[in-house]
Design a protein around this ligand. Structure first.
Ligand SMILES: NC(=O)c1ccc[n+]([C@@H]2O[C@H](COP(=O)([O-])OP(=O)(O)OC[C@H]3O[C@@H](n4cnc5c(N)ncnc54)[C@H](O)[C@@H]3O)[C@@H](O)[C@H]2O)c1
Length: 264
């Protein structure tokens, strides 16, 4: 059990769903975001912080024993926003951690780091990134910062290439990429409890029937996802329009992100 856990991006979709599950991981959870969070449980505190403000991030990280870093831009946006939230923000967070006793970090990376691989390719976590968006590029940057800080300073980090962490899969693609928030919480708990993680990359997916990803190199964590998208398969397929197997969003792992306009 950690004494104090920092959750950045706590006002976002995953943050809201994850919060109730964190009381089993830490005695106190510091929630942070640029958006206000007013309703707090007894074990929670709120600390507003803009991730591009290095001094503010340093104050935020001071005294925490672990970090789940969800904060930042979570979809394709103009580069200036991605630069601030995901590139400067990730650097500030790792730099603050390095200077404050190196609390272990869980970094919310994304499947969009590898979105330009085809769905008929099975990827392990050593593949070279093929980002499908500037957003994916920024997440690859975050993973590289994590790798550099691990090798240079011994700062430990689990980079989780999250698939689709939503209450339930919303389309056929998510039958492969879905991650139940309960499975994500269990992964975080295991990463904090493991004797040593260095910098490890893991794909954030539940025990779905179909998958494009191979998590064998993270097997040492002993993480066994308990949930599966199979429960929603019939509902998802019944509601989905027919797919064109030759369309880019069906060919590539990144789905619709490969068709987004470049925001330049
Ligand atoms: N939801 C998914 O399926 C999914 C998939 C892959 C990766 N991820 C990653 O997981 C994390 C959480 O995802 P989410 O769906 O909850 O996203 P979200 O957009 O709902 O939440 C992100 C939060 O970060 C905050 N934020 C944005 N810019 C900030 C800044 N400059 N400083 C401080 N806070 C800032 C926002 O206010 C927001 O509350 C994100 O990093 C996202 O990229 C999510």
């Amino acid at each position: 059990m950690l004494r104090t856990l920092l959750l950045t991006g706590a006002a976002g979709g995953i943050g809201k769903a994850l919060r109730p599950l964190l009381k089993d991981i830490a005695e106190t959870v510091v929630l942070s975001d640029i958006e206000d969070i007013t309703e707090l449980a007894a074990h929670e505190r709120f600390h507003a912080c803009e991730l591009s403000d290095a001094a503010a991030v340093r104050t935020l990280v001071e005294g925490v024993d672990g970090i789940i870093h969800l904060g930042g831009i979570s979809v394709e946006r103009p580069f200036e926003l991605i630069l601030r939230g995901n590139i400067v923000g990730a650097y500030n967070l790792f730099e603050a951690a390095r200077n404050t006793g190196r609390p272990r970090i869980i970094f919310a990376s994304s499947n969009h780091v590898i979105g330009y691989y085809r769905r008929d390719q099975n990827l392990d976590n050593a593949v070279i990134p093929r980002p499908d968006t500037l957003y994916g590029v920024s997440k690859a940057f975050g993973e590289n910062v994590a790798s550099y800080y691990a090798d240079k300073f011994g700062q430990e980090c689990l980079s989780v290439r999250i698939g689709s962490c939503l209450p339930e899969p919303a389309n056929p693609r998510m039958l492969a990429t879905w991650l139940a928030v309960e499975d994500f919480a269990e992964l975080c708990a295991r990463a904090f409890a493991a004797p040593r993680i260095g910098h490890t990359i893991v794909y954030g997916m539940s025990a779905n029937d179909e998958t494009w990803w191979d998590n064998r190199n993270a097997a040492f964590l002993g993480w066994q996802p308990k949930h599966t998208s199979a429960k929603w398969r019939a509902k998802v397929l019944a509601a989905a329009p027919p797919e064109d197997p030759d369309s880019r969003e069906v060919i590539f792992q990144g789905g619709g992100f490969v068709n987004l306009d470049h925001p330049g």
